[in-house]
Design a protein around this ligand. Structure first.
Ligand SMILES: [Zn+2]
Length: 88
């Protein structure tokens, strides 16, 4: 499904039922399907008091290899879940 947001067409996330565009923020911070992976790998790096864009900026600052490995694990596992759910 595609939502037209003022000329920019964004694909809606097909993994969950939030009916939100599949943006980087939705994938990394919001999608409930990825919550368990999020909690396991990257929750400790997220500050819920920040706005989503600030959370992403903060998350993606590579301070150490442990953080880098956790983000890599979150992304690779989340893509496997996405691929499985969408049967791609
Ligand atoms: Zn979603």
């Amino acid at each position: 499904m595609v939502r037209d947001t003022g000329g920019i067409k964004l694909n809606l996330c097909r993994m969950c039922f939030l009916d939100e565009p599949e943006t980087l923020a939705h994938f990394i911070l919001i999608c409930p399907i990825l919550q368990e992976l999020r909690e396991h790998h990257i929750k400790k790096y997220l500050d819920p008091l920040l706005k989503p864009n600030s959370q992403l900026t903060s998350l993606l600052q590579m301070e150490n290899t442990d953080k880098m490995k956790n983000i890599f694990s979150f992304v690779t596992n989340a893509l496997k879940v996405r691929s499985f759910i969408l049967n791609e």
